[in-house]
Design a protein around this ligand. Sequence first.
Ligand code: GLU
Length: 283
Amino acid sequence: MCGIVGAVAQRDVDQILLEGLRRLEYRGYDSAGIAMVDRSGGLKRIRRVGKVASLSEALEAHPMPGPLGLAHTRWATHGAPTEQNAHPHFSHQRVAIVHNGIIENFASLREQLLADGVELESETDTEVVAHLIHSAVDAGQSLLEAVQGALERLDGAYALAVIDRLQPDVVVGARRGSPLVIGIGIGEHFLASDAAALLPVTQRFVYLNEGDVVELTRAGWRIFDAAGEPADRPVVTSRLSVDAAEKGRYRHYMQKEIHEQPEAIANTLEGRISEHSVLEAGF
Ligand code: GLU
């Protein structure tokens, strides 16, 4: 579980991202963080162990407005729940990534990076992906190409979102094993693990399929399927309200909780299951 929110807009999105994290708190997490690209192209981040509320206080003390950003709640699998290991992870103060899930072959990727002289700041599986993407954008690839190339080298389960401060019009997202949804605005677009995170800004969503990669800009979005082919996914208008703790078809909340247990367990394990087994690192 845990959560991802991303945005590319004209207005400042820091508070939108933070509100998104608050709305994902139900998913459980041990730390939270946010990275923003400001209007002069500077990339900054704040991370905190514990609640989104302490991230929010830190952001109040050190405001980071900007039209491009990512935010994350982490449930640690690789490396203790510390600030150093909290997301977003950076590569070369240029690329930022947030990730839910587990990269199963991270140890061999990490060894290759260390052999190439890359300095790693964290113990996470996620940081290696930031460096793979950085080396591709550094060689001149678009962020989309760089992410697609990096994904080919990954085994495991993930939802992820990536920004590059030198390509400040783009957020790239990908899903395999964890959910990811696009939120459609006017001249602005969003990504999140759950549509509920984005209800304050839109009710129009596109749900990504397994293996999809998406390139979001202010003007629109392009989706590519697992084979790299352009894909069309339907736009869905949500009927959920902004304060969507609804009883739905149940008579009362306890009945709803009882009937939602299978779904709650499935949601908890998503991102912790590879093709053949539950990933032990998830526990
Ligand atoms: N495996 C990553 C980590 O340990 C992501 C965990 C998550 O799903 O939040 O940092």
